[in-house]
Design a protein around this ligand. Structure first.
Ligand code: UDP
Length: 404
């Protein structure tokens, strides 16, 4: 795990000095993060890096995970989809199941943080344990068009928090509490994003039987309908009529996502006649994900809905040309025709891929611009700074944090 000083060559000494200054002000405070899965998905990805770095900076940071059974996570997945604006049939029993497991967690989870930092809807009801400590609700979902019933249900909890945090301006909501806009980030020195030797990349390709004889198009995502893996295959098949190429669809499972195996079956069915489609189940192997992203000629993120879309930042950081849907936090990362190509349909996705495969110089330029954009806006050092300011703001209701 990289030490904080190793970020200096990337972001400069003043940025790190700033982090140290802020962390000094948080001495004596315990920050307790709580979410619903230790692995899989963007939230766990960020916490895995954020927690040790905050600790190294001297901020006493802990991370706990709530418990839930199959039924609970089936309900929270429905809520997740509904909050993203997808049509879902939500019945009264769903709310009851949510509350039954929430009550078990209210009884079972030890709350000891001076600041309790709750991620996403699954643990939202823990706020019932609020005492004199500070509570933050961090929403990683695009709730710009949420299912009204689910949102109303959550609001009964959200209003008890001290502040809420959203990933993008478009996701903010009318709330009676203070809200902050903080984008997620990637860690440039993690196994997922660090530089890799060509040998390592080649070894991963060899392990999965992927040859370098034709262009590689890749989407890395949980097998989730909102990531539209079947749509990715359709776009690829359209490209393949003109340019011989291969597709990698790589995804692991998240413990709080019960839909994965069903979607994976649909994807396998759709891909079964094409040996150039590589469907990979990667069991939490960050180096392999890194290598596959680096080996790609084009990276896709054809989501129907998206929170922030960390995979886009990861690919751009590797200076890859990216074709991604104009949803959620993706347009924050991709300025169309400058740091990637935004698309709205299967046809648009295949058109953009064809364009990139046939214009390598253009593709390279988009990738380079993308890397610069991520460097300036979406690295973990910016995120650490904003989180520490957020923590301090909880003790400064006047909207100004005096650091001197
Ligand atoms: N990821 C991974 N292995 C997989 C699928 C995804 O490591 O098989 C990682 C991916 O690299 C990214 C995160 O999981 O860091 C997904 O975050 P994103 O914001 O793209 O989507 P989410 O899953 O949170 O909706």
């Amino acid at each position: 795990m990289a030490k904080i000083k190793e970020y200096i060559p990337l972001v400069g000494q003043p940025v790190i000095d700033d982090l140290r200054l802020l962390s000094e002000r948080l001495k004596g405070k315990v920050i307790q993060h709580i979410n619903s899965t230790p692995v899989g998905g963007g939230v766990a990805e960020i916490l895995n890096r954020m927690v040790p770095l905050l600790r190294e900076l001297g901020v006493d940071t802990k991370w706990d995970v709530i418990k839930g059974g199959e039924q609970f996570f089936a309900v929270t997945k429905k809520f997740h989809n509904a909050l993203h604006g997808r049509a879902e049939e939500i019945i009264q029993r769903d709310f009851e199941i949510f509350m039954e497991t929430s009550q078990q967690n209210i009884d079972g989870v030890d709350i000891y943080g001076d600041i309790v930092f709750i991620h996403d809807p699954q643990p939202v009801a823990l706020v019932k344990k609020k005492a004199s400590n500070k509570w933050l609700w961090r929403c990683h979902i695009d709730v710009s068009n949420p299912n009204a019933r689910v949102w109303k249900f959550l609001m009964d909890f959200i209003v008890h928090y001290d502040s809420a945090v959203f990933s993008a301006p478009a996701f903010s909501q009318r709330l009676p509490i203070r809200q902050f806009l903080i984008s997620p980030s990637i860690d440039p020195l993690s196994d997922k994003n660090k530089e890799l030797s060509q040998e390592t990349i080649d070894a991963v390709l060899k392990k999965y039987g992927i040859k370098k004889d034709k262009p590689i198009i890749t989407q890395i995502s949980r097998f989730d309908r909102l990531k539209d893996p079947v749509g990715v295959i359709e776009a690829y098949l359209r490209v393949k009529k003109y340019t011989d190429c291969q597709l990698i669809l790589a995804g692991g499972a998240a413990e709080d996502d019960p839909e994965g195996s069903k979607v994976l079956e649909e994807v396998k069915e759709k891909a079964k006649h094409d040996p150039d489609i590589h469907i990979l189940l990667l069991p939490q192997n960050d180096i392999e994900v890194n290598a596959l992203q680096r080996a790609s000629d084009v990276v896709i993120q054809k989501s129907i809905r998206e929170g922030f879309g960390l995979t886009v930042a990861e690919a751009l950081w590797k200076a890859k040309p990216v074709v991604a849907s104009n949803v959620g936090g993706i347009p924050l990362q991709i300025k169309h025709k400058y740091s990637g190509l935004l698309c709205h349909s299967i046809e648009g996705t295949s058109f953009a891929i064809k364009q990139l495969l046939s214009s390598p110089a253009y593709a390279k330029k988009l990738g380079e611009n993308g890397r610069e954009h991520i460097k300036n806006n979406f690295l973990i050092t910016r995120h650490l700074r904003e989180y520490m300011l957020l923590f301090l703001s909880l003790y400064h209701p006047e909207d100004v944090v005096h650091l001197c």
